[in-house]
Design a protein around this ligand. Structure first.
Ligand SMILES: NC(=O)c1ccc[n+]([C@@H]2O[C@H](COP(=O)([O-])OP(=O)(O)OC[C@H]3O[C@@H](n4cnc5c(N)ncnc54)[C@H](O)[C@@H]3O)[C@@H](O)[C@H]2O)c1
Length: 332
């Protein structure tokens, strides 16, 4: 319990989170909690942040320079996600606002789902399910819903960080060759352990049977996969995106899938969520998911717990577990 002379920190949790995480926050802070599972309209978010030092926010909250200027008492914004492209980190650092995220706890769950998309796209699982439900399974057919093999193929990983490497680990079990492209090379021991070879983007696109994206969304990764990259890929290849939508030019992807430049795709994220490019909606060779790669009960709880801990740590004068801009801590 804080001593009576030290006022409890005051925080806003911008959107619904598991009850256990909210209860933890309430035991240590004065908490305003939006328990609706929809984002607060921006003016309300700003209004409810007045006089509060901490924010636990979601990827649907845009934390930009204007919001930071309107909330001068804010000391920490704790994102419940590993990606933080919804936050202007430079503007926050300038104001001494600490930004935190939730790496590691979601790595395996996210890779599990990216792998699910990969398998579902290659083996046409969603089409098969629809076929049965539509009453079309009236007899076994030799050539029915032929897909592409996964085992023994080449996996190209773009962004060889935590989740990218977790994909490489999964590829081992399928006897796959692993190529990767990253702004930074992995050390030799990691490459050996994961049997992964660093290559340039063009080679990766040309040689991979599956291309899976795991970079953050940055100015340099926006439309990293565009018409030209899709034309470089094999006609039998599949594209998997469980990173961020704008890394792929969605209009170009729709054309590629429609015209058979590549065989298929699995997408968890979209350029303008929750909108999906209309050209994708009617295509049978793309599996679509509503941004749920980290959505297991266990992981969503761990993410929320970590975000609450990060937020309260800063307000209690401790070092948060996973700061994005540790330099802001020095400005406090
Ligand atoms: N769909 C989801 O629900 C979901 C869940 C978790 C993470 N994500 C996304 O996945 C991303 C990766 O997460 P992580 O924990 O693996 O992050 P990470 O920081 O461990 O890995 C990112 C990798 O991308 C590399 N990279 C950066 N810029 C690059 C560039 N221009 N070209 C090539 N590589 C580049 C980095 O060097 C790093 O190795 C997150 O930023 C997030 O946006 C999505």
């Amino acid at each position: 319990m804080p001593s009576p002379s030290i006022p409890q920190p005051s925080i806003l949790i911008s959107r619904t989170l598991p009850a256990e995480s909210v209860a933890n926050a309430r035991s240590r802070a004065d908490v305003d909690f939006n328990d609706a599972d929809s984002p607060l309209p921006r003016p309300e978010l700003i209004r409810r942040l007045q006089g509060r030092q901490g924010l636990v926010c979601l990827i649907t909250d845009a934390i930009d320079a204007e919001l930071l200027a309107a909330c001068p008492e804010l000391k920490v914004a704790s994102n419940v996600a590993v990606g933080f492209n919804n936050i202007d980190v430079a503007a926050a650092t300038k104001r001494g606002v600490v930004i935190t995220n939730t790496p590691d706890v979601l790595t395996e769950t996210t890779a599990d789902f990216a792998w699910t998309l990969l398998m579902a796209a290659a083996r046409r699982l969603v089409e098969a399910d629809r076929y049965v439900r539509d009453g079309k399974f009236t007899q076994w057919k030799y050539m029915l819903l032929l897909g592409g093999d996964i085992h023994g193929k080449t996996l190209g990983i773009v962004g060889f960080g935590r989740i990218g490497r977790a994909m490489a680990r999964r590829a081992q079990g399928f006897g796959m060759r692993v190529l990767y492209q990253d702004a930074v090379g992995a050390d030799a021991a990691t490459e050996r352990e994961l049997r992964a070879t660093r290559t340039d983007t063009a080679t990766l696109l040309r040689e991979s049977d599956f291309v899976t994206l795991h970079t953050p969304l940055l100015p340099e990764t926006r439309h990293l996969i565009n018409a030209q990259s899709l034309k470089t890929m094999k006609r039998t290849a599949y594209l998997i995106n469980a990173a961020r939508g704008p890394i792929v030019d969605e209009a170009a992807l729709a054309q590629a899938l429609e015209e058979g430049w590549i065989a298929g795709a699995g997408l968890d994220v979209f350029e303008e969520e929750p909108k999906v490019h209309p050209g994708l909606m009617g295509l049978p060779n793309v599996v679509l998911a509503p941004h749920i790669a980290s959505a297991s009960s266990e992981t969503r709880l761990q993410m929320a717990n970590l975000a609450v801990e990060n937020c309260l740590a800063v307000l209690e004068g401790k070092t948060p577990l996973t700061p994005v801009n540790p330099e802001a801590l020095k400005l406090r």
